[in-house]
Design a protein around this ligand. Structure first.
Ligand SMILES: [Zn+2]
Length: 422
């Protein structure tokens, strides 16, 4: 049945950044069929009560099941965090654990207005089950997850089959990083991506240590080394790129790549601040990710948008370096483009119906002098009151609509971490 959202302030994020006050949006199945002024129409009415609706967030870099390790290894730099804490913890993960961690992560995302996530973690088939049980749109990472896998066509075919259990799931090809994988991992993913038209991703240029290690090994920066491996020849999402230098930025500008920035994670682990302003000036697509909750420590795109925008203003002494609309689009439309969509990330006729509703009655959202600014600089994830994915209401005023027992998921997660840490 058609869904009709009435009486809404519609933040379209279309080409003109149109905002429609007292607007109406209609959904047939999973597609937006009308965006405009209020009109008579028959269907299931959703009264927005004057609240804002906008495109759902596209989180382009996440490790959902790392919610299990939220709050671990605080005040650790990346290398200490990764080698001394995360890897030993991950060695104790058993089959079944990641389902609960991933489900907890997805419930947090849906509550916070994220409608699409690109994930990469151990046991991707368990993440697929979590996606299937919760209703988010997901790109699930397969490939060289630990760097110990032998990645070839047969292996990847099998992984694709394991995760393809729901039409909202698509594969994304991952090699963890240049320091944990070898050249053959990247080359095998290049071949598979070209053959099957899949997006690839990796962590790159996250820390100065990584830059030094790759320089010693190859005489190149990590970004230049990936170019030499042909990784940018097909669409790729590059997580972090904190230490991209001028030459790196010139390289990236030549290819169909996206930088997925993760500002909170880079601050918490003492990694640095990515040069987003330079990427944007060079017309490089920039999207936003939360990274995992073990290094963030929550999955909140409002915080990431705020940091993406305002860190540039701060480090460059230039308040107008990025605009609030730039930041909103990095968190929505540009993320959708990164993952290969041309019909996601805007509220526009013909686009996929991934929509969130923001309560404007709370003090932090009033008055509405500049709606885009309120969304980036004032809004909190608790202002999200409804999340719609693919035309379905999956979160509504404090309740997830997927039938998952939240307390059961939390209890399982606590039992798992007690076992692992015990
Ligand atoms: Zn990551």
């Amino acid at each position: 049945m058609k869904k009709i959202i009435k009486n809404a302030i519609i933040v379209t994020l279309d080409k003109e950044n149109t905002i429609i006050r007292n607007g109406q949006l209609e959904i047939q199945d999973n597609i937006i069929t009308y965006v405009g002024e209020m009109r008579d129409s028959k269907g299931q009415i959703i009264d927005a009560g004057g609240n804002i609706i906008m495109p759902g967030f596209v989180n382009t870099h996440c490790h959902l099941a790392m919610t299990l390790f939220r709050g671990y290894a605080e005040n650790s730099n990346f290398n200490n965090w990764w080698y001394d804490y995360m890897r030993p913890l991950e060695d104790k993960i058993e089959l079944g654990d990641c389902y609960y961690g991933a489900t907890l992560g997805i419930l947090e995302l849906l509550k916070n207005g994220v409608t699409t996530v690109a994930d990469f973690y151990l046991h991707p088939e368990e993440t697929a089950r979590a996606v299937n049980d919760t209703g988010i749109r997901a790109h699930i990472g397969i490939g060289a997850i630990t760097g110990r896998e032998v990645v070839g066509e047969e292996y990847l075919d099998g992984e694709v089959e394991k995760i393809s259990i729901n039409p909202l799931i698509k594969p994304i090809l991952y090699a963890h990083s240049l320091y944990s994988c070898d050249e053959s991992h990247f080359q095998e993913l290049n071949k598979y991506a070209a053959k099957h038209h899949l997006v690839k991703s990796t962590h790159v240029s996250e820390t100065l240590t990584e830059v030094g290690t790759i320089d010693q090994k190859t005489g190149m920066t990590p970004i230049a080394y990936l170019e030499s491996l042909g990784f940018y020849d097909t669409p790729s999402v590059l997580a972090h790129c904190v230490h991209a230098d001028v030459g790196d930025i010139e390289i990236l500008a030549k290819y169909p790549v996206t930088v997925a920035t993760n500002p909170s994670s880079n601050l918490i682990l003492g990694s640095g601040i990515a040069p987003l302003y330079s990427f944007v000036k060079h017309n490089i697509n920039v999207s936003i990710g939360t990274d995992g909750a073990a290094s963030n420590n929550n999955l909140n795109m409002f915080k990431e948008m705020y940091l993406a925008d305002n860190l540039q203003a701060g480090v460059l002494n230039q308040a107008q370096a990025l605009t609030t609309v730039d930041s909103l689009k990095m968190a929505t439309l540009r993320g959708a483009v990164a993952l290969g969509y041309d019909n996601l990330g805007r509220l526009e006729k013909g686009y996929l119906a991934d929509i969130i509703m923001i309560d404007i009655s709370k003090p932090n959202m009033q008055p509405l002098n500049d709606i885009h600014s309120n969304l980036v600089n004032a809004c909190e994830s608790n202002n999200v009151v409804m999340t719609i994915v693919d035309g379905n209401i999956v979160y509504d005023h404090g309740e997830w609509k997927c039938g998952v027992d939240y307390q059961d998921i939390v209890d399982h997660c606590n039992r798992i971490i007690n076992r692992i840490d015990g």
